[in-house]
Design a protein around this ligand. Structure first.
Ligand code: GLY
Length: 126
């Protein structure tokens, strides 16, 4: 059995893989239905719940590739709450060729009945 810190890092990587692949089922399995977030797409507003995120998963396939990597991670476990901070590097293809975009991300997880659920995140461009 891996440490809670390693579990949270693995879950965060799985979450980013689900986003990159547009895999809504995998994404929702990791998230609490009342997940909250601040992210650039929300224009500075706090968003609660999954429907805001589903919009992006439901977009037609663009044929473009995207690969997220976790850089410089830091993980803290405080009781049944886990905090994962890192720089997210997103390599993606565009009409002008491949680019890399970086963001600071904080992912908050809560352990319920032995299972970690993603309950909040904050993403800011670097
Ligand atoms: N925009 C969805 C996520 O970063 O979890």
């Amino acid at each position: 059995m891996s440490s809670p810190e390693q579990q949270l890092l693995d879950l965060s990587a799985q979450l980013l893989q689900a986003i990159d692949a547009g895999n809504w089922d995998a994404y929702t399995k990791l998230c609490d239905p009342r997940i909250s977030c601040f992210e650039p797409e929300a224009e500075g507003h706090l968003v609660v719940g999954l429907p805001f995120h589903k919009f992006y998963f439901d977009l037609p396939p663009s044929g473009r590739k995207q690969l997220s990597s976790i850089s410089s991670p830091h993980v803290e476990v405080i009781g049944d709450v886990g905090l994962v901070y890192y720089v997210r590097l997103v390599q993606k293809t565009t009409d002008a060729g491949p680019i890399t975009v970086s963001s600071n991300e904080t992912r908050v997880w809560k352990r319920e009945g032995g299972t970690w659920r993603h309950i909040h995140f904050h993403r800011s461009p670097c």
